[in-house]
Design a protein around this ligand. Structure first.
Ligand code: SF4
Length: 424
């Protein structure tokens, strides 16, 4: 099985410096694309490869690039922003790629910037990723030295500057428009999506925002073609995916596998199944803001179209497993504590509703639950749902809560009936 994204990354290995990356075939795609392909050819190639964004929403990457105005007299400068603000509980896939093989990301972003004819690329990095920041800093310096960044890259006439922006660290910055506001020195709150950032983004200029894992795929598509990329996958979306598992499994971690690998295979073959003494109960498949799935859904392929058919989302592809020795109410309380703290506070339902849900869950978990609490939580799940708030943070935050109230109903009721947590 080919693993293009992680082939240069080994446990305990130092990240690849530029000479080793070049020896392994690195930067060949930059030479090929910038010297022999027009920007539109790259956009068309990435579209033909069915590369979908790996940040969670799964939007087709080529389609996103195609919306950036390319006319010569269009607005300048144009920006490519790399979303590396990986902050959702359970998500750590981008860190592995950036820490282990930083030039793969740099090469991918040079290709993306060339495709949309950007003048400046910015990596927006979560500030807790201090090791990644150090790694990217020397890798960027190496890329400038070797002529893969700066003026007239590889003698092609294309120029690109790259800036590493270490963010102050807010979950809402994963929402692209909030990220742009924060980069402009403003409060990190989302903006209206019209006009779209590809038309008027950073400083009002065309801006494309791509996830780090997404861009790491691009050099391999340019080198090997769209059909090869589609052939890596087990579904109609192209490529491989970094899937991760945390929780009480034997081997928590992350693995590059064909897109569309079934959840059960990831949990049992790669994560090694459950640890001795605990049994599987449920899984949040795509990071903390997705709905719980139970045992009967484990054979679903992990891809953007299949997981929604069983009532959840693929999200970032990083799963959190719930076992039978862990209190589901406590787990959901923990998640809502995170989301309530990370609400940007811009709109009332989210600012007030998430802390309210968190307080009720705390009361239930600590034995102060009342029967009407469950109706209140259900109502909050509806009041914070899609269309009720300015951005998707609140609907995402209540996804695990809404599904927990159905899947673990008896556990909630038992807490209230017995006025205690049965797991303590
Ligand atoms: S839903 Fe929450 S995070 Fe999103 S804009 Fe409203 S308050 Fe901010």
């Amino acid at each position: 099985m080919e693993r293009p994204l992680t082939k240069n990354i080994r446990d305990g290995m130092e990240p690849l410096h530029i000479k080793d990356y070049e020896k392994a075939g690195g930067y060949q795609a930059v030479h090929k694309a910038l010297k022999t392909m027009a920007p539109k050819e790259i956009v068309d190639l990435v579209s033909a490869a069915n590369l979908r964004g790996r940040g969670g929403a799964g939007f087709p990457t080529g389609q996103k690039w195609a919306t950036v105005p390319t006319d010569d007299d269009g607005p300048r400068p144009k920006y490519l922003v790399v979303d590396a603000d990986e902050m959702e509980p359970g998500a750590f896939k981008d860190r592995i790629l950036m820490e282990g093989d930083p030039h793969q990301l740099i090469e991918g972003l040079v290709l993306g910037a060339y495709a949309i004819q950007a003048d400046l690329a910015i990596i927006f990095l979560r500030h807790e990723y201090t090791k990644v920041a150090k790694t990217l800093t020397w890798a960027i310096a190496e890329a400038y030295e070797q002529g893969y960044l700066g003026s007239n890259i590889a003698g092609s006439g294309f120029s690109l500057q790259l800036h590493l922006h270490i963010s102050a660290g807010r979950y809402i910055c994963g929402e692209g428009t909030a990220m742009l506001n924060s980069m402009q020195g403003g409060r990190a709150v989302p903006r209206h999506r019209l006009p779209h950032p590809t038309i008027a983004g950073l400083w009002g200029k065309p801006t494309n925002i791509n996830n780090a894992e997404t861009l790491c795929n691009v050099p391999h598509i340019v080198n090997n073609g769209a059909d090869w990329f589609k052939g890596l996958s087990r579904c109609k979306d192209g490529g491989t995916k970094i899937y991760g598992v945390s929780g009480k499994v034997k081997r928590p971690g992350a693995w590059e596998l064909p897109m569309g690998t079934p959840i059960r295979e990831i949990l049992e073959e790669h994560a090694g199944g459950m640890r001795e003494g605990v049994n599987f109960r449920a899984v949040i498949p795509g990071g903390a803001s997705t709905e719980f799935l139970a045992e009967e859904h484990l054979d679903v392929p992990m891809d953007y179209d299949s997981v929604p058919k069983v009532g959840s989302r693929m999200g970032t592809g990083t799963m959190i497993v719930l076992d039978d020795q862990t209190c589901p109410v406590g787990m959901v309380h923990n998640l809502e504590h995170f989301f309530a703290r990370e609400s940007c506070g811009w709109c009332t339902p989210c600012r007030e509703g998430l802390p309210w849900a968190e307080r009720i869950l705390k009361d239930i978990e600590e034995g102060r639950g009342q029967p009407e609490h469950l109706r209140r939580l259900e109502k909050l799940g509806k009041d914070l749902w899609l269309g009720r708030t300015f951005c998707p943070l609140a609907p995402g935050a209540v996804e695990p809560l809404r599904s927990a109230l159905v899947l673990f109903r008896e556990d909630f009721e038992r807490h209230i009936r017995e006025k205690r947590c049965p797991w303590r």
